[in-house]
Design a binder for this molecule. Structure first.
Ligand code: PMP
Length: 304
């Protein structure tokens, strides 16, 4: 069995320190984007005074799949997972502000995949109740890793190294987010969300086998589109289709549905009737104003 040595001292922060004191905080990027699998979950205040987290069970299931694919042990039940989140959110909640929680399984022990031990860490952040503003989207020269290198299907923070580079690239161009192309040069996804385009009244998005995460929000958008009789198709999307699309948006738990106002510097029409309608319907559903059967909410609190 291979084991990591634990010498008496390390050099850190400009001086020698005992091995056990050489700690990095869970909030620093070295740890955040290191070896772990995670889920970002979003909760919204409901009209009855409860606080509802969107499709939490699907997030739990994806966390289990990601952990399995990286050989990270995870044996918490769904109820335990939910209780951990509600414990923290229940303590931090503020009236009139929604929350986004990051549930991360950090690998805390083990070496080269032997004797792996992981700890579930939950952090939660306040979010203003706002409809996201339209963004400028670019197309990155950095590429989504292929399924045989760092599979996009695994929601592991190590995957986000590429997204980090793409965002640095985008910032110089005035873009708030960037599209990553896959190994075939087609659209995979954005750095932390999926891509939706509209051409002649039909919503298109790449399927997960194009190098996108198996998105929970995308499934919601598909269900909403279905009930609004909007055609929704998953298929490969060429880069040039982005440039001639009638409407574009990115979607994800945190991005929600964010409209795109320009793509690679080319302006899109101000009106985005189809994606705007989906965005309105999305917020009505997650905020419980106009519930939708597919938008299941795990609720905290008794309500009124
Ligand atoms: N792709 C990436 C890279 C993401 O980080 C996210 C956000 N989790 C998504 C897509 C959208 O996934 P979901 O709708 O499940 O949040």
């Amino acid at each position: 069995m291979i084991q990591l040595q634990k010498p008496k001292f390390v050099y850190m922060g400009g001086k020698l320190r005992p091995w056990d004191e050489a700690m990095l905080h869970i909030g620093c990027e070295a740890v955040t984007r290191g070896l772990n699998v995670f889920e970002g979950v979003k909760g919204y205040w409901q009209p009855d005074g409860r606080f509802g987290i969107v499709r939490l069970h699907q997030h739990y299931e994806r966390l289990c799949r990601s952990a399995r694919l990286l050989h990270i042990p995870f044996d918490r039940t769904y109820d335990e997972y939910m209780r951990a989140i509600f414990d923290l959110i229940g303590t931090l909640l503020e009236p009139e502000r929604d929350m986004w929680a990051r549930t991360t399984l950090f690998v805390t022990e083990g070496y080269w995949g032997e004797n792996t031990v992981a700890d579930l860490v939950v952090t939660a952040y306040h979010q203003n109740k706002q409809i996201p503003q339209p963004i400028n989207l670019g197309v990155s020269t950095w590429q989504r890793s292929a399924d045989v290198s760092l599979p996009a299907r695994i929601k592991t923070s190590t995957n986000y190294q590429v997204g980090r580079l793409a965002r640095i690239e985008g910032r110089v161009q005035g873009c708030q987010d960037m599209v990553l192309l896959n190994q075939w040069g087609s659209v995979a996804e954005a750095t932390g969300s999926c891509v939706l385009i509209v051409r002649e009244g039909v919503v298109y998005t790449p399927s997960a086998t194009e190098g996108a995460l198996e998105s929970i929000t995308l499934d919601i958008v598909e269900a909403l589109a279905h009930s609004m009789e909007i055609k929704f198709v998953r298929r490969p999307i060429d880069r040039t289709e982005l440039l001639v699309a009638d409407e574009i948006a990115i979607c994800g738990t945190l991005a929600e549905i964010t409209l795109v106002k320009s793509i690679e510097g080319l302006s899109l029409a101000k009106e985005a009737p189809i994606l705007r309608a989906l965005q309105d319907r999305y917020f009505q559903a997650v905020r419980g104003i106009h519930p939708h059967p597919f938008v299941e909410l795990e609720c905290l609190g008794k309500g009124v």
